[in-house]
Every structure is written in structure tokens, then in C-alpha cells.
Design a protein. Sequence first.
Length: 342
Amino acid sequence: MAARNIVGLDIGSKFIKAIQLTETSGQYKITEFGISEISPQMSAPDAVMELLARKKFKTKRVVSAVSGRFVFVRYINMPVMTDEELGNAAKYELGKYIPVEVDEVLHDSQKLEELAAQEGQEPEMRVLLVAAKRTFIDEHVAVLEAAGLLPSIVDVDSFALGNAYELTGKLNPQAIAQGKLVALVDVGASKTNINIMSDAISHFTREFYKGGDDLTDSISKRLSLEMREAEMLKRNPGGELEKVQECLAGVLDDICHDINISIDYFENQYDRKVEELFITGGASNTVGLQEALERTVQKPVGKWNPLQHVEQALTPETQQELQDNAAQAAIALGLASRVRKD
Ligand SMILES: Nc1ncnc2c1ncn2[C@@H]1O[C@H](COP(=O)(O)OP(=O)(O)OP(=O)(O)O)[C@@H](O)[C@H]1O
Ligand SMILES: [Mg+2]
């Protein structure tokens, strides 16, 4: 059977990550990886170009993602209906749930699960509605096309996280908390994404705008260091660990508190308990984050590296690059995992 290649392209606020996944008869292999930093000298479109020039991707087809305040995600209950009926009904439902005109957005809907029937009531199903401002998607697609790429799916960061979890479950069922509710948490540079899942079903997502750069900023301000120096110190505190931890404590608490609020909200709203958290994203490496989160949410928190379950066919240098940046690559993997779904 012919191999299919796709590139999962995660355009973060600080780093571009790209994973090429090759699928042959249900077998998945990571066949290329690259990461490129966005800086004042290198805009996001430039960083995409730089990455494409430096690495050897076999395909121009990419799955990418958007996030932020122009993206609306809603989980609602609707009467049980077919996918076709849902497609028609979703547009009208959406109008009730988003703060902009339905005509201004591109939208999609997906049946998640049928709910246990309540006596005397019509059977219901849980539905995911997603919408993003058309102009926002157009700009995103224009960047990809200007780089010579062929955008095939535009996803949402939190869902990509869920797709990476789903792929892990498919490749290695023991590696996920089967049948349990877990919270996947990606702590990036400017934001944190949460997706509460059980197996392949997403129950709730949330995004808030705090991340690793706020931690660097705190070190920079408190110790009067340039951001670059503060970043280096944050990653390798060496003998200054105590001083660095003092600088980080307040922001770490804020991030942990916001994660906890989302989990609390979900648990109260749906009367279900999240059993475990899996953290990823560049800032999940921050010294003390895992412990601080465990203290705040009072649940086990594990570092999560979905890449370790996928076979790799990479040059030794790229393999090392991937290993060094594994925490930053989960979303790109989740995006690429849609190789079979388009
Ligand atoms: N070893 C490390 N220790 C602490 N922080 C780290 C480490 N490595 C990376 N980071 C932080 O991770 C962040 C970058 O992670 P990532 O690539 O996941 O973000 P991004 O996708 O660009 O951002 P966002 O998702 O918020 O748009 C930066 O803030 C960086 O300082
Ligand atoms: Mg990110």
C-alpha cells in the first residue's frame, strides 16, 4: 500500500515545530522533524521558510492549527441525529453560542458521544462546535501558501493535543490512562492549552494566556537581565537555582491556579473527576512546575511525551534535535496524526 506523508506544522508564538508523519497500512513513522525560533529578526513566515529550506520534507501538504480569541469552541447537547442533519443544524445552533455573526466564521461540528437517555426525554448526544473568524483563517492560510505549502486541514491547538493522545492510545494502549478522565496540558510560551479527555473523546478544552515567556519576564525584571540571559538562566539555573525559583514562584502559582480553575470548573459542571494530568509544551520543563501543579491540583501530574511511542526514521542529528525538544513537539505530532483523516 502506498505511503502517505503529511507535515504537522505548529506555528507557536515563539517556536515553529514541524513533524512529517508517514503512514503505511496503519503503521506510523516520524520521517522528518524541525524546530525554528521566531525572533525580532525572524518573523513567523520567515521561520517557516527557514525550516522548510533546512529540512527535507517529502510533501507540501500540511495540517496546521489556529488558536486564540478568534477561535470559538463549544461543547453542547443536541438531540441524536445523523451527521448530515448535524451539519445543517450546527450553523443555527452556533448562532446562540458565539459572540460574532455566523456569516463571519468558518465552522465545523462533530458528534462526540450519545448520552445515556433520561426517562421521558428525547435521546441526546454531545456535540463539539468549532468556529473561527474567516478573516483570521484566511490570513493563516495565506502565510502557509506564501511558503509554498498546501494547507489540508486547519485544526485547533487543544484538539491537536487530544489527537496526539488518541494516536498514543492507538499505538500503545498501555501508555494512556485507559477509561480514565485525564487533563492534557500544554504550557507554551504565551499560552496554556488544556484538553480533558477520556480515551479518544474530548470533554472540555480551555486556553488561557500565560506561559513560559511570563516566567522569563519575571526573571528578567527581578534580576535586571536581558530576556535572552533570563531565558538561559531559566533553562539552566545551575548554582542560582534558589534565586531563579524565587523569581518563578509567583508566575508558576498563577499558571497552576488557572489550570486548577479549569479543572474545578469542569468537575463541578459535569460531576466527574479528572484523575491525572499530563503536561507537555516547552514550559512544562520549567524547574518546579510539575511539583507546584501537583500541590495545587492535588492530583498526580506526569510529564508527557507522546513522541516516544512513534517509530522514527531520522538522521542521527534530527533524532537528537527531536529528543532535545520533545516537550515542544506534541502539538505538531497531533496535527500530523490526521494524516489519515482528510
Ligand atoms: N528547558 C526549559 N526550561 C524551561 N522553559 C523552557 C525550556 N525549554 C523551553 N522552554 C520554554 O518553552 C516556551 C516555548 O515552548 P513552545 O515551543 O511549546 O511554545 P510556543 O508553541 O512557541 O508558544 P505558544 O504555544 O504559547 O504559542 C518558551 O517560553 C521557553 O522559554
Ligand atoms: Mg504552542
